[in-house]
Ligand binder design. Structure first.
Ligand code: ATP
Length: 239
């Protein structure tokens, strides 16, 4: 009997494991160490192969005057991802001419990733903070979105992870003893997917605070990666 080349090299198990990709959307205005701490914690706990950082074009819920341009936000995300082999900057919401002027909805972005030609056999997660998840009922087609992939909800100081259940419509919960129910008692099994709680990270940093400090000429040292700080200074962003 001949041995398949993969077996001969002892990599059968590695090949059989499904790829795990997390989609991490955000304004990233700018990206900060809270985002990176969340992504690293998720990578470790869920053995993720890739985390795609997806700056939103025109955020449907968060548009405000004085936002950095899409190009600057994407550049900062790329710089922050450079030292992490599994962090991938994504142009998925760049839109026409990469202008970043279009509104994208998470439900469409997740579908886009799932329907890519090489996505068969990939397990997708949607990564977000507890504050964002608590607003999910305001998102386009959120009931559909909750059924498209698993969710990893990172705890964030000031937001109660016990409240996550309250924003999920009762009819979406899995039946008791559902086959895919995880062992983790804090995870919330839905009919087709699971909402996991990631509470090993607790970062007080927010982009609002970073912008506020810059506006007052206060230091942001340690709140964003050093090269992102350099970029912000060079381009005099948020002043
Ligand atoms: P802003 O202060 O402008 O509202 P932000 O710091 O919340 O911004 P976003 O780019 O809006 O940053 O966040 C992208 C995602 O990362 C969101 O799901 C948000 O909940 C999550 N996130 C941001 N900061 C943290 C943090 N410190 N801990 C946990 N999750 C976070």
């Amino acid at each position: 009997m001949s041995i398949a080349p993969a077996e001969a090299h002892g990599v059968v198990r590695e090949q059989a494991r499904e790829r795990r990709i997390a989609l991490f959307g955000g304004t990233f205005d700018p990206i900060h160490i809270g985002h990176l701490a969340v992504a690293r914690a998720a990578e470790r706990r869920f053995h993720l192969d890739e985390i795609h950082f997806i700056p939103t074009g025109r955020p449907p819920h968060k548009h405000r005057a004085g936002m950095a341009s899409y190009a600057d936000r994407y550049a900062m995300v790329s710089i922050a991802c450079a030292d992490h082999p599994k962090f991938v900057p994504s142009l998925a919401e760049a839109g026409e001419g990469q202008s970043g002027r279009e509104v994208f909805y998470s439900v469409d972005t997740v579908k886009h990733f799932k329907h890519r030609p090489h996505s068969a056999g990939t397990h997708f997660y949607f990564l977000l903070g507890a504050d964002s998840f608590l607003h999910i009922p305001t998102w386009k087609d959120y009931e559909t979105l909750l059924g498209l992939c698993d969710f990893i909800v990172a705890s964030r100081p000031g937001f109660d992870v016990a409240a996550l259940r309250l924003v999920i419509p009762p009819e979406l919960f899995a039946r008791r003893g559902a086959a895919h129910a995880p062992l983790d008692p804090r995870a919330i099994p839905l009919r087709r997917t699971v909402v996991y709680v990631l509470d090993t990270v607790s970062s007080h940093v927010s982009a609002t605070d970073v912008r506020y400090r810059l506006d007052r000429n206060d230091s942001i040292h340690g709140l964003v990666p050093p090269r992102v700080e350099e970029y912000i200074n060079k381009k005099a962003l948020y002043r």
